[in-house]
Each structure stands twice: as C-alpha cells, then as structure tokens.
Design a protein around this ligand. Structure first.
Ligand SMILES: *Cc1c(COP(=O)(O)O)cnc(C)c1O
Length: 380
C-alpha cells in the first residue's frame, strides 16, 4: 500500500534549522540611500571596506588575466596563491586553504566538523556568520558576552569553554567592537579550550592591529599547540579586495585542509581573485600605507566623537563601535537621509550602537558632523 503523502509546499520542505535562522544583515542598499537622500555620492561606512583602493599591481594583474579571456575554469588548487601565502608566513602550502572570502571557510569548517546538537562557542556582540553557519548544521551556539567596558570576560569564557564545545570561533580583533585581545587573554582561551575542540582564530582585521606591539601573533601562539586549529585571514579588508571574494586559512595540519577540500565546491575561488591576491600580497608597501592611514583616521575620528560626548570603543580595526545614546536603527535612518550608510547593531543589549567603518578624511568629517547633530537633537 502506498503511504499517504502530503503535498509539499516550499515551507514544508525547508529544514527546521534553516527556517529559524536569523538573516545576515548586509547593510542598506546604496542605490536606495542615494535615491532617498538625493546625494550625488553615498558615503558607505557599513561594510568595513577600504577607502584607499587596491595596489596598482593588482589592477595590472587582473587586467593581464582578463586580456587572456575567462573561458577556462580557475585553478581548483589555487597553487600559486597558497604557495605565495605559505612563503610569506613560513608554512607549507599544503596547510593553506582558500575560500570565496574567509566567510566561505567558516562555512566549510561547520560543514566538515559539526553534527546536529554540537556546541559552538563564540563572542557577543559578534560576527553573525559565527552563529548562522553553525546553526545551519543544527549546532547550538553559546555566545560569551563581553564585559561592560567591551573587554574580554575571562570568567565567562572559561565557563563557556568548560561546557565542551566542538568548535570555538574567536575573532581578534573583534567585530563589531573593534577591541583587541592581548596575548594573555588569547592564552587564556587557548588554555581553556578542551582538547576535543577545533579552535578557529578569525583575524579578518589582523593587518590593522599588527603594528600595535600588544597585538598577539595568533599564528605563532597556535603553532605552539599540539592540537587542531586554523587561523583565518582575508584580502577583503586591509588589502581592499572585498569585491573579488578571497580569503585563506592556515591550519594545524594537512588532514584538516583535506577535509575542507572534500566539502568545498571545487572552483570556489575565481581566477581573477587568485591572481589579484598574489599581486596584493606582493605589494606590502601598499598594505602598510593603508594600515597607517587607517590608524591615523581611526584615532582622529574616535577623538572627535568622544569630544562630542559619544562613547566609542577603542578600536584596533578600520571601524568604530559607537553608542549613539538612542535607538540606532533610527539614527541610521537619519544618516541615510544625509546619504551616509552605517550598520545599526541589532544584537540584544546593543541596539543603541552603530558600527561605522571609516572612509576618506573628508567623508569621515561629514559623518562626524551629521552623527553628532543627530545625537544632540535626540537628547533635546
Ligand atoms: C569581514 C569579516 C570576515 C570575512 O570576510 P570575507 O570578505 O568573507 O573574507 C570574517 N570574519 C569577520 C569577523 C569579518 O568581519
């Protein structure tokens, strides 16, 4: 006898984990904000993109690649890029994995490692994909709060790690706060992470923090461990290649890389991105210039905002986490009318905060002027 089959609807086909997922917030659409504000040029401070452009070597490398046509598939092994990364960090290329952005590697790690019901530990406020990708796999996510001053809460981390996670996502510097963990704090996480867990250190903003002698070298710290780990980095932020989507991971061993290779789509990093990343890595002077200019602007704008009475978390990145003193979605809407896009934070307890990455000095000044006016008006 045939079983009685209920006709499917799209909704009935979707796994429960997926139906309940929070959506990733990419920030407001620049075209919509342009139409709303009538601004000739939208100031986009929502996605931590580089205002300083890419190395001329990148432009040239991509141009040369495109001149040869795009009819061939990319190199599925990304050999030239993994070798260049390996040389620059003194690790074997076989321990480097490439992703369509480092986000892609976060996703692959979850697919390769997590069973339904597994525990993942990360920080709050935090990067939403550190929660979304584990939940897609049916894992539980425990978010460790920061201290009142947006610092590392050693006790809360110790307790969360003691609950036996399978995967630990730690961002240093942290997004959205911009705060940096010290060597001692990183050491506490490493020491507290059970040996049964995979430790993932997300250094998406590491290039901005590296000039600070207090910023711990995550790769050095993890290399000393006799257990599985991976450090994630990206060409999206300081290198300015966000539109091409290329990130990488350096893993403790080749077995982890091989597992990621099995789950990833074979051509996950397109060839212009591979070519561009090799060229970007080769121009460390351009990177240093971006980092130096960013650091100067971050300090200057944080000072100006504090001078206007706003609370701003000390940042080791290219963005600021700002307490606007009122509902930040309203603040963001008012900024939209001025042609400025920031991210209004949505995590519970932080709904008064915006995250704003910086642009050129002129655009940053305009942002400060608009934001301080909006916040002052909100008070009166
Ligand atoms: C931006 C970001 C990433 C990844 O960006 P990709 O463009 O996918 O390389 C990863 N982690 C954090 C915390 C980020 O802010």
């Amino acid at each position: 006898m045939n079983p009685v089959l209920t006709p499917a609807t799209s909704a009935s086909l979707i796994r429960g984990e997926v139906a309940g997922l929070p959506s990733y917030d990419p920030g407001a659409d620049p075209d919509r904000v342009a139409a709303l504000s009538g601004a000739r040029r939208v100031i986009k401070l929502s996605n931590s993109e580089s205002p300083y452009g890419i190395s001329p070597a990148v432009t040239e490398a991509v141009r040369r690649y495109l001149a040869g046509g795009v009819s061939r598939y990319p190199d599925p092994t990304g050999r030239r890029l993994t070798e260049a990364i390996g040389r620059s960090l003194d690790v074997p290329a076989e321990r480097v994995v490439l992703g369509n952005g480092s986000e892609n590697i976060l996703e692959l790690l979850c697919q390769a490692v997590l069973d339904p019901g597994d525990l993942v530990v990360t920080q709050a406020p935090g990067f939403s994909l550190h929660e979304i990708f584990p939940r897609v796999m049916g894992a539980r996510v425990e978010k460790v709060p920061v201290t009142d001053g947006f610092g590392f809460d050693a006790t809360a981390w110790r307790d969360a790690l003691a609950a036996g996670p399978k995967l630990v996502f730690l961002a240093n510097p942290c997004n959205p706060t911009g705060a940096m963990l010290s060597a001692g704090q990183l050491e506490q996480v490493l020491a507290g992470t059970p040996e049964s867990a995979l430790l993932v250190l997300d250094e998406a903003y590491g290039e901005f923090a590296r000039p600070n002698p207090e910023y711990p070298d995550g790769l050095e710290a993890l290399r000393a461990l006799d257990r599985p780990w991976i450090v994630l980095r990206t060409f999206s932020k300081a290198y300015g290649l966000a539109g091409l989507r290329v990130g990488y991971g350096i893993a403790s061993d080749t077995a982890l890389i091989q597992a990621l290779d099995r789950v990833r789509t074979p051509y996950n990093v397109n060839q212009p991105a591979q070519v561009a990343a090799v060229a970007a890595l080769g121009d460390q002077a351009h990177l240093a210039d971006t980092v130096r200019r960013t650091g100067r602007e971050i300090a200057r704008i944080a000072d100006r905002l504090r001078g206007a009475g706003l609370r701003v978390v000390p940042s080791s990145t290219n963005f600021l986490f700002i307490d606007t003193g009122r509902r930040s979605d309203r603040v963001a809407q008012e900024l939209h009318r001025a042609g400025i896009i920031v991210k209004a934070w949505r995590e519970p307890g932080y709904e008064n905060h915006i995250r704003a990455s910086l642009s050129t000095p002129e655009e940053n000044d305009l942002f400060v002027t608009c934001l301080t006016e909006i916040c002052a008006k909100g008070k009166s």
